[in-house]
Design a protein around this ligand. Structure first.
Ligand code: 13P
Length: 288
């Protein structure tokens, strides 16, 4: 099935289900994501953030992700997550990514439009899809920390203009989710999401998809979300699994026990998310 753009996968959802997009950092996490997608016969988006690129180096992590996509029995997109510059976007495109997300949401609107539009020109010339963000999602994503009073929900009028001016393929609105675990009950603005959905024709991406209730996820999909980003729930599963292995084997020096636990923790978590997002069984009927 191999590599596809994120847009190609998301356009198949018809507003009825969502594609899971999972943040990865290393080999075992990539294997966990792809093996879950294959066992559920679901399309999947592997996401590499700028922080993950710094940790793993682009050459290594792109080779792992692209090899996984090439071998996968389900459709896969490999996407840069929260890229902040044209340079980073271009490097990922040159490495073979099929999608990039450019996040200049903290810049003034004109700058966000200008840089995102430039990334779109370069990416589209290479057959790569682009996700852009407007409004500011709160919480912590790698080194990106947004204080509660800095978070801004997306204005639907400006969203329509932003998508039109930039030519992006996927739009990430801020509708009340945060990156990371919630300190209090999430305050999701479903009517704002519906308003944005009515004005914007491209697929919508939800950032901060961890730590939400099953009911909220179902409602977010009903209100128009096509892509759900999950990072923190994988980190929680991975760190808990490693703690458990070390607690059960206090004297071991077999490091592969840890790596195996990481792969299995990611796989089990991604299987649950894929089922929750209604993506199970969708791969074979996608006709890409
Ligand atoms: P979480 O870490 O809250 O799941 O958010 C992930 C995300 O939105 C990546 O862009």
């Amino acid at each position: 099935m191999s590599l596809h753009t994120a847009r190609e996968l998301l356009e198949k959802t018809n507003g009825e289900w969502a594609v899971g997009a999972f943040n990865v950092t290393n080999l075992e996490e990539v294997q966990g994501v792809v093996s879950a997608a294959e066992s559920e016969n679901a399309p999947v988006i592997i996401m590499v953030s700028e922080g993950a690129v710094r940790h793993a180096e682009l050459g290594y992590i792109s080779a792992v992700c692209l090899n996984a996509a090439k071998q996968a029995k389900v459709p896969v997109a490999v996407q840069l997550d929260h890229g902040t510059s044209l340079e980073m976007g271009a490097q990922c495109i040159r490495s073979g990514f099929s999608a990039v997300m450019i996040d200049n949401s903290r810049l003034p609107l004109e700058d966000n439009v200008r840089i995102t539009k430039r990334v779109v020109e370069v990416a589209h010339a290479c057959g790569v899809s682009v996700e852009g963000e407007l409004g500011i999602v709160g919480g912590k994503e790698d080194d990106l920390v947004v204080a509660d009073d800095e978070a801004r929900l997306t204005d639907p009028d400006v969203a329509e203009e932003f998508v039109r001016l930039t030519g992006i393929d996927v739009f990430a609105p801020a509708i009340g989710t945060v990156h990371g675990l919630y300190k209090s009950a999430p305050a999701l603005d479903f009517s704002r999401l519906e308003d944005i959905r009515a004005r914007v024709s491209v697929p919508l991406a939800l950032h901060g998809g961890s730590d939400l209730s099953d009911e909220d996820i179902a409602k977010l999909i009903r209100c128009g979300i096509n892509k759900i980003n999950v990072g923190t729930d994988l980190k929680v599963a991975v760190t808990n699994a490693v703690r458990q292995v070390l607690a059960q084997n206090p004297d071991t020096h077999e490091s592969r026990l840890l790596y195996k636990a990481v792969r299995e923790a990611v796989r089990d978590t991604v299987v649950k998310k894929i089922r929750l997002f209604g993506a199970s069984g969708r791969a074979s009927s996608m006709r890409l």
